[in-house]
Design a binder for this molecule. Structure first.
Ligand code: SF4
Ligand code: SF4
Length: 432
């Protein structure tokens, strides 16, 4: 069940965990169990959505990202700021101040991910014209959504847009430009994404749709923000930004769909909502849709757990700062999508299957139902699994026993007590 080959940016600090089961109940893929008073992440099921980081009251869940010192590893560094970064600052009218501050921080170059987002939007528009595609096309920009589809909604894999996300496109284009300008090799140039969420950290380490990501490191917005706040007071505005409203809009929910210019689209955000949309798509309950944008975080990328600002306030700030930008600044130079399309297809990961053999899986399913029917159906979480169904599944998988259920245990103790009572009645008194 465990997939050791997969890197996960969401991890647990066992010391801090109190076993309160808050995260168990909220994990959208039922990837967490509490055993022996501590949470455990079943890594094969985890989609790095960050929901458990958000809900843990004891800060026991955390995201792994790179330290600022990663910049020292390269001769030439390129900052790739996510559009969500622009929504973190108060009273900001000029994005150029952020970009100038990034240069002052030590980066040699800045390549806005919003710029690449406009190119990806244009590539998507061209892809949507193909007659052989499966509609509705589902956006591939949120890595948590991609992983969710891979493990839980394999029927929807043909609908996924096979185009690299703006982060990846930005890293590739920026490196190519930098190599031509400086004469340095690719290894000497570091493309560092400044990002909003753990799923993007995972995506940089485990590129979907290609062999190896061009992103060499990911800094969390919350780590970079305090440096920028100080530096932005020391810089003057220069004409650095090359992104328009369309690209910057990708930072919040609905921005990508709006930039793709499709009339019949749907944009959903928040992990529970996107699961519901995917279930409905799987059941073919939506008709006539062309494009579906899904973001695992509420509000879109501005809702990622590595941001500083409240997602809804960040959304307003992003809207404010976009007002001063042109509509769009970047179009594909020609109709050639080859630089944008995935090199590898998306593959189903059957981590939720009970057994690779269909017949055995059916038997296990029957057994699971039998066990579940003997449980109390309270979904209380006291056993450490999120629901009675999940406990029954764990029993079938051999990673738990039925007596993990405290009510079953109580029944057993009651039976034992009754037996002892009966035994006591039939036993001769010691004096007889
Ligand atoms: S929310 Fe999860 S990780 Fe946090 S203390 Fe509770 S059980 Fe542990
Ligand atoms: S990151 Fe998301 S999927 Fe992974 S354990 Fe946490 S809540 Fe579950």
């Amino acid at each position: 069940m465990e997939s050791h080959a997969y890197f996960h940016s969401v991890t647990l600090d066992q010391e801090k965990c109190r076993g309160c089961i808050n995260c168990v109940k909220r994990c959208p893929t039922e990837a967490i169990r509490v055993r022996g008073g501590k949470a455990e992440i079943i890594t094969a099921r985890c989609i790095d959505c960050g929901e458990c980081i958000r809900v843990c009251p004891h800060h026991a869940k955390k995201a792994i990202f790179d330290p600022m010192s990663i910049m020292e590893r390269f001769q030439y560094t390129i900052a790739l700021p996510a559009p969500a970064l622009y929504g973190q600052f108060n009273n900001l009218d000029d994005i150029n101040l952020i970009l100038a501050a990034l240069l002052k921080m030590g980066f040699n170059q800045v390549y806005e991910v919003a710029r690449a987002a406009e190119l990806v939007s244009d590539a998507t528009r061209k892809y949507m014209l193909r007659p052989d595609i499966v509609k509705p096309v589902i956006s591939s920009a949120c890595p948590a959504v991609l992983r969710l589809v891979r493990v839980r909604f394999p029927e929807l894999i043909p609908n996924i847009l096979p185009i690299h996300a703006p982060m990846e496109v930005a890293a590739r284009l920026a490196k190519r430009e930098a190599m031509a300008r400086t004469g340095l090799s690719e290894e000497q140039i570091g493309a560092i994404f400044i990002g909003p969420c753990p799923a993007k950290v995972t995506a940089a380490k485990m590129l979907i749709g290609g062999e190896k990501s061009a992103v060499d490191g990911v800094l969390a917005i919350q780590e970079v923000y305090p440096h920028l706040i100080g530096l932005m007071k020391k810089v003057t505005s220069a004409d650095l930004s090359q992104a328009g409203r369309m690209g910057i809009g990708w930072g919040s929910s609905g921005g990508e769909a709006a930039a793709v210019l499709q009339e019949k689209y749907l944009a959903a955000d928040g992990v529970e909502n996107i699961i519901s949309v995917l279930e409905n798509l799987e059941d073919e309950k939506f008709y006539g849709l062309d494009f579906v944008e899904l973001n695992a975080c509420s509000g879109g990328c501005v809702g990622g757990v590595l941001n500083v600002e409240n997602p809804y306030i960040a959304k307003v700030k992003l809207k404010h700062v976009r007002r001063y930008c042109p509509v769009s600044c970047n179009r594909l130079p020609n109709d050639d999508l080859s630089n944008y399309l995935w090199e590898k297809p998306l593959e189903y990961e059957p981590v939720l299957e009970l057994d690779p053999d269909f017949r055995v899986a059916m038997e296990k399913m029957k057994e699971m139902r039998r066990i579940q029917s003997h449980l109390y159906g309270l979904d209380c979480g006291s056993c450490g699994a999120p629901s009675c169904r999940a406990l029954a599944e764990d029993v079938v998988r051999g990673i738990a026993t039925e007596d993990a259920c405290i009510f079953k245990l109580r029944d057993q103790v009651e039976e034992l007590a009754k037996g002892l009572n009966l035994l006591a009645q039939h036993m001769p008194k010691a004096s007889e």
